[in-house]
Design a protein around this ligand. Structure first.
Ligand SMILES: NC(=O)c1ccc[n+]([C@@H]2O[C@H](COP(=O)([O-])OP(=O)(O)OC[C@H]3O[C@@H](n4cnc5c(N)ncnc54)[C@H](OP(=O)(O)O)[C@@H]3O)[C@@H](O)[C@H]2O)c1
Length: 298
């Protein structure tokens, strides 16, 4: 759906140069949109043989991008998660260089995990962060480091990311998917097209002086894991295995998987969609999974 995104996105001024540090799943999509909009983009990965890698940036072991990649950068997006010790890889390795750039906007992709468990209630940008998982505590420390870095930072908090190649469709076709029922358990999610679209929307509004420090980028319809899987199965024309109770499933879950099921919240996108006027390309998983199916077919 890149064409639809291009139609609704405002290009950056001609002299702009965007540096995307961590061109993985989300970073690649933002880079693809930026290129379609005619923006000069440099994208880092840890290995030059990976798709879309223009330069290497790795903090473990440290390999810094070449100096010319860092010259005249006006827009920066970091998609790199915290280090295991809770420091931010980008700020640790590159802050002096970032401060030399003529930066107009610096985005940091964070997670809604910083809100912690909210027992199924709605959370918004004014909710007090209460990170309970160690990885969310590390993330919150990185958010704070970005906000106090002196750069023109905007934090973008994301729930579960999905899109072509990484969605409930692949969970089902991998044959490893079991629908799990935990009463009242809700997950929020966002399609990568809307991460890219919202990023450009936020950059555009920031240039006009509207720049909240933190924005949630989530779709309109937090929902159970089961309903998403049932819909994905209906798109694929397959039958799901029987539903398993969480009390049974949790016994064989990895600590990481278990940690996701221990937190329950609905992420509000009112600031993004109502106050800032962003129009979601995929307002719910129906539209998002149809897009994933189409990409799978292609
Ligand atoms: N996945 C989710 O559901 C989810 C939900 C909320 C928030 N988030 C966060 O949002 C951000 C984007 O998510 P994503 O799923 O698009 O991430 P992703 O595909 O895992 O991409 C992460 C990027 O960071 C790079 N990276 C990791 N460690 C690095 C290091 N030490 N030095 C340099 N580069 C490093 C990776 O390099 P390579 O390209 O070489 O692998 C990759 O480009 C991440 O910070 C993620 O933790 C993810």
């Amino acid at each position: 759906m890149l064409e639809a995104l291009v139609k609704q996105s405002v290009p950056l001024p001609a002299s702009s140069k965007m540096l995307i540090l961590g061109g993985g799943f989300s970073g690649q999509r933002v880079a693809a949109l930026a290129r379609k909009l005619g923006v000069q983009v440099i994208c880092s990965r840890r290995d030059l043989t990976k798709v879309g890698a223009d330069v290497i940036f790795n903090t473990n072991p440290e390999i810094l991008p070449p100096l010319e990649a860092l010259e005249n950068v006006t827009h920066l997006l970091s998609c790199i998660p915290p280090s295991e010790t809770g420091t931010d890889p980008v700020l640790t390795a590159l802050l002096p260089q970032l401060k030399e750039m003529p930066l107009q906007w610096a985005g940091y992709l964070s997670t809604t995990g910083v809100y912690g468990d909210c027992q199924g209630e709605w959370v918004s940008e004014v909710s007090s962060p209460n990170p309970q998982q160690p990885r969310s505590q590390r993330r919150f420390a990185c958010e704070s480091a970005w906000l106090s870095s002196g750069l023109p930072v905007q934090i973008i908090r994301l729930p579960g990311i999905y899109g072509p190649g990484r969605s409930a469709l692949e969970s089902i076709t991998s044959g490893k998917c079991t629908p799990i029922h935990k009463p009242g358990q809700i997950f929020s999610r966002i399609h990568i097209d809307d991460i890219a679209g919202a990023t450009f929307h936020l950059i555009h509004l920031a240039a006009k002086g509207k720049k909240p420090r933190i924005v949630n980028v989530a779709d309109n319809y937090p929902s159970t894991n089961i309903e998403v899987l049932y819909y994905a199965a209906s798109l694929l024309g397959v039958t799901l295995p029987p539903v398993e109770a969480f009390a049974v499933a949790e016994k064989r879950m990895s600590p990481m998987a278990l940690s996701f099921w221990q937190e329950n919240r609905k992420v509000s996108n009112k600031m993004l969609c109502e106050e800032m006027g962003y129009s979601l390309l995929h307002p719910d998983y129906h539209s998002g999974l149809q897009d994933c199916l189409q990409a799978m077919g292609n």
